[in-house]
Design a protein around this ligand. Structure first.
Ligand SMILES: [Zn+2]
Length: 457
């Protein structure tokens, strides 16, 4: 009987064919015309889980696209590991920029090009085939596993919280891995440990019931756009510190260990500058670019409007002005708390002749950070370092992934993110690709990780 690693090698061609089949189904979750394809993909994944020897496989229905569930619980004394991921993909547009069609996976120089190759159909198959290798060779897994792959990640996981609430007992677990990650370079393993949260609001300023003549009322009537501009100016200082009263009260500054982990990752801020033609970089004094981009909160004005926007001149004093604001959050900020700070700040700083209100917008999510001593993190780092011969980076994303804080809220687990595509693999863009060498290494990592978690326990 072969061992799991040998089995993976022996099945390499079959697994590649599986990947091609999965990539051919256009599971574009945002496109109503593709709803049947999204469901067909869920059914394909469920069938593949059954074929791997997983049990209790079924679709978990939501108000939107279904999630796929599977389990193997034959290790009564072992921990239960949950794999989270998604089977939906982004639309392939613009189509004419693809060298080969997005849903006809094409291999060029060791890279498989297709929509979803990197994000994340390749990654989705890895833990399934790793479990299959254990089950086919020894009839058992070293630990218990559960899988939940949702079909709405690319549209912001709108029903994932409801799904976790409804199936809390079914999905109960001790450890979790988010399989939706990637590496910064082919030979550099990477473990994702954090994402920022987000809070969104609008500020509305009103100074009159009607627009006024700028001559006849000028010198008497206040201008709401001035009021709004002054309010916004009280929110951030010239050296990049956010000056909303109380904004930093809940912020936990990065520890020395966290700062060292961030410093170990190459600073790519100049790349951003080159690519986008930024005239310069800004940010909070006292923190490195990478810290400002991941471990510190931000406040951005995303839009501002009011008054006359048409051609030529209109001599008006408008009655109202508006701005849209989003903040990226870090532990232990909470969206509602941050909006409350903003509301109190605006109330305190608005002049008596203006009504200034702050309205919360939907789309918030909590910040998320895996504790530095989380056992899953240590096991993943141990396996990756052994296989690659170098210590993985611990990366924190500046963006927001709703599912990670939801997994913590409903299941009490801190999911560690790993993935076997490249950060530059074109996720969401034309010519998305997956390096096949990396993908095959990922199969081995998952097979070893199951064992590492059992030994650790
Ligand atoms: Zn993804």
């Amino acid at each position: 009987m072969a061992d799991p690693q040998t089995y993976l090698e022996q099945q390499s061609e079959r697994y590649y064919d599986d990947l091609l089949s999965l990539l051919r189904i256009p599971s574009i979750s945002t496109d109503p015309a593709r709803a049947a394809d999204v469901r067909a993909t869920a059914e394909w994944v469920a069938e593949r889980m059954r074929a791997a020897g997983l049990e209790g496989v079924r679709l978990l229905e939501t108000a939107g696209h279904p999630a796929v569930y599977g389990q193997w619980l034959g290790a009564p004394d072992g921990p239960t590991l949950l794999f989270y991921g998604h089977y939906d993909v982004q639309p392939p547009d613009p189509l004419d920029e693809w060298v080969s069609p997005p849903f006809e996976p094409t291999l060029r120089e060791g890279r498989l090009y297709a929509r979803g190759a990197d994000d994340m159909k390749g990654n989705l198959l890895l833990p399934i085939v790793a479990c299959e290798a254990w089950l086919r060779t020894g009839g058992a897994l070293p630990v218990n596993v559960k899988f939940v792959f949702e079909g709405e990640e690319e549209i912001g996981s709108p029903h994932f919280g409801d799904l976790l609430a409804e199936h809390q007992a079914l999905l109960a677990c001790d450890r979790a891995i988010c399989t939706d990650g990637g590496q910064l370079a082919e030979d550099q393993p990477t473990v994702g440990v954090g994402t920022r949260g987000i809070a969104a609001a609008e500020i509305h300023v009103r100074t009159a019931n009607t627009d006024l003549h700028s001559g006849l009322a000028g010198g008497l009537a206040p201008n709401p756009i001035h009021v709004l501009a002054n309010l916004l100016a009280t929110m951030i200082s010239a050296d990049g510190r956010i000056t909303v009263d109380g904004f930093y009260d809940e912020v936990i500054p990065p520890s020395a260990e966290e700062r060292a982990a961030i410093a170990a990752v190459p600073d790519d801020s100049s790349l951003l500058q080159d690519r986008s033609g930024l005239r310069g970089l800004v940010g909070e004094a006292g923190y490195t670019a990478m810290e400002r981009n991941s471990a510190r909160p931000t406040l951005e004005v995303n839009g501002i409007w009011g008054g006359y926007q048409g051609a030529g001149t209109k001599t008006v004093i408008p009655a109202e002005a508006h701005a849209k604001i989003t903040c990226r959050l870090v532990p232990d900020q909470e969206p509602a708390g941050v909006i409350e700070h903003l509301r109190e700040h605006v109330a305190r700083h608005a002049p008596a002749f203006a009504e200034a209100t702050v309205v919360t917008l939907p789309g918030s999510s909590d910040p998320f950070l895996v504790p530095g001593d989380e056992p899953t993190l240590l096991a993943a780092e141990h396996v990756l370092e052994g296989l690659y011969g170098r210590a993985p980076y611990r990366t924190r994303s500046g963006g927001s992934v709703g599912a990670l804080p939801l997994l913590r809220r409903y299941l009490g687990v801190s999911a560690v993110t790993i993935g076997f595509g490249l950060a530059a693999g074109g996720a969401h863009a034309p010519n998305e690709f997956l390096p096949l060498d990396l993908w095959r290494r990922g199969q081995r990592v998952y097979a070893m990780l199951l064992d590492a978690l059992a030994e650790q326990d």
